[in-house]
Design a protein around this ligand. Structure first.
Ligand code: 2M8
Length: 438
């Protein structure tokens, strides 16, 4: 039986405390010294096991960065140095849609926030008393903000006939250099822009753990393109070189919108709850419609080129996050546990690699191109349990907890050697350790 008072969970809580800057937790010391959007949601789940009020503060702080459009931005910048690209490159300050009292980037990340609100609510109500009261107040105060976020995704990013949520930058997927984006990135034509110096490679032991310089050129060029239209979504659809329907993002949006609908019903917001349920149903159907009949996996869609993106990555299991027809769901679970994925003979730990080791583009130690990410592992275990696959969830969670026993709270792990990679003391890895123990 998991337990919140083990040496691992004590150490995990210490990581969160060390990365705590008051109301926001930096995603990692040195490498990511700001508040990231989807990190903050996972981190809030971790905080919820330690202190419900602190978890709620994390989310309230994140909402200070919400744009008038409803978008929750990828980064809320703190005053700490050491990260590139910073505010000067994003140039969001002074834009009518951007908040006036916090500086943010101009893109978004997967909408895991309502999932976090849901989980923290469950924890708060298990605790009862002041925690339950604080949560109820928080929910009543912030419901409209989460609703606006999903509505923006639906309206501004859900207009393509596929029904997929479209992203305009690989960073919006959260899986930056995943092979999911290789074909679409190859079509980005980098133009003239100011020179820059990367900071990230100064903070990791080996630059082979990070995206390549050519990736960074594209990342920075896409920012230039978005700046050129002042981050206007309709205009961005016309000018941006990278316009992709992200199946994993779409699945996360579906799951979160469903959970927010349930919270809305509790608040008596029945009309909004119905709207959220419709959004979720559309998004879930869009995910189902991407399934490759050959592999049974979901696919991303390149809206610029009008082509499916077929790399064999963890994105293919998107339906496990949002739910699917029962037979289909069971088949996907078996595939995830099977020899091309968690059960692959080359893996140090039976956990989902971000790319199948059978794929020619698998790299066991490079960022989103193969390594196992504890936070993603945790997300799958939560979703599997939520959709009734507790046995699979327990098996993966047990292996996930064993991986974290090295106490490094690494950002990601070499899928083959099992070595800790990227940042150490990564906040969302610590949060995963706490969430598994709750
Ligand atoms: C990584 O991405 C950032 C850009 O957003 C970076 O490499 O600079 C990704 O792993 C992303 O998913 C994550 O949210 C972020 C902070 O942990 O780091």
């Amino acid at each position: 039986m998991p337990d919140l008072a083990t040496p691992l969970t004590h150490a995990a809580a210490d990581v969160l405390r060390a990365n705590d800057r008051g109301e926001q937790t930096v995603a990692a010391p040195l490498l990511y010294p700001h508040q990231w959007s989807w990190d903050a949601a996972f981190v809030a789940i971790g905080w919820g096991t330690v202190s419900v009020p602190r978890a709620l503060d994390e989310l309230r702080h994140l909402l200070r960065g919400q744009w008038r459009t409803g978008m929750i931005p990828q980064i809320l910048f703190s005053a700490e140095p050491g990260y590139f690209p910073g505010p000067q490159r994003w140039r969001t300050v002074g834009l009518a849609a951007a908040p006036s009292d916090v500086v943010t980037s101009g893109i978004c990340q997967p909408a895991v926030h309502s999932l976090a609100v849901w989980i923290i609510g469950e924890q708060a109500h298990r605790n009862g008393g002041a925690d339950a009261e604080a949560f109820d107040l928080f929910l009543a105060d912030t419901f409209d903000a989460w609703l606006a976020w999903h509505t923006w995704l639906d309206d501004a990013r859900g207009t393509h006939p596929s029904g997929l949520i479209e992203i305009h930058h690989p960073w919006e997927s959260g899986m930056d250099n995943s092979p999911r984006w290789d074909a679409a990135c190859a079509r980005v034509r980098v133009g003239e822009m100011a020179p820059y110096i990367r900071e990230d490679t100064k903070h990791v032991a080996d630059s082979g753990e990070r995206p390549a310089d050519a990736d960074y050129d594209r990342y920075l060029w896409l920012v230039e393109q978005l700046v050129s239209v002042r981050y206007d979504d309709a205009a961005a659809r016309e000018v941006i070189d990278f316009r992709v329907g992200d199946v994993f993002f779409t699945a996360v949006h579906a799951l979160s919108a469903d959970l927010l609908a349930r919270l809305g019903t509790r608040l008596g917001r029945t009309t909004e709850a119905a709207t959220l349920r419709e959004m979720a149903a559309r998004a879930r159907a869009a995910v189902a419609a991407t399934v490759d009949p050959g592999t049974g996996h979901a696919r991303d869609y390149d809206m610029r080129a009008g082509e499916w993106l077929t790399a064999s990555t963890i994105g293919g299991f998107a339906a496990l996050i949002c739910g699917a027809e029962p037979r289909e769901y069971t088949r996907l679970v078996a595939d995830l546990l099977g020899p091309a994925w968690c059960g692959h003979a080359s893996l140090a730990n039976p956990l989902p690699p971000t790319t199948s080791p059978d794929s020619p583009v698998f790299v066991s130690r490079n960022y989103w191109r193969g390594p196992q990410w504890p936070v993603i592992t945790w997300l799958f275990t939560w979703a599997l349990r939520h959709h009734g696959e507790s046995e699979a969830a327990d098996a993966i969670a047990a292996a996930g907890r064993r991986q974290l026993a090295d106490g490094t709270f690494a950002e990601y792990y070499d899928a083959v050697s099992g070595a800790a990679l990227g940042s150490r003391d990564q906040s969302w890895t610590a949060a995963a350790a706490l969430a598994w123990a709750a």
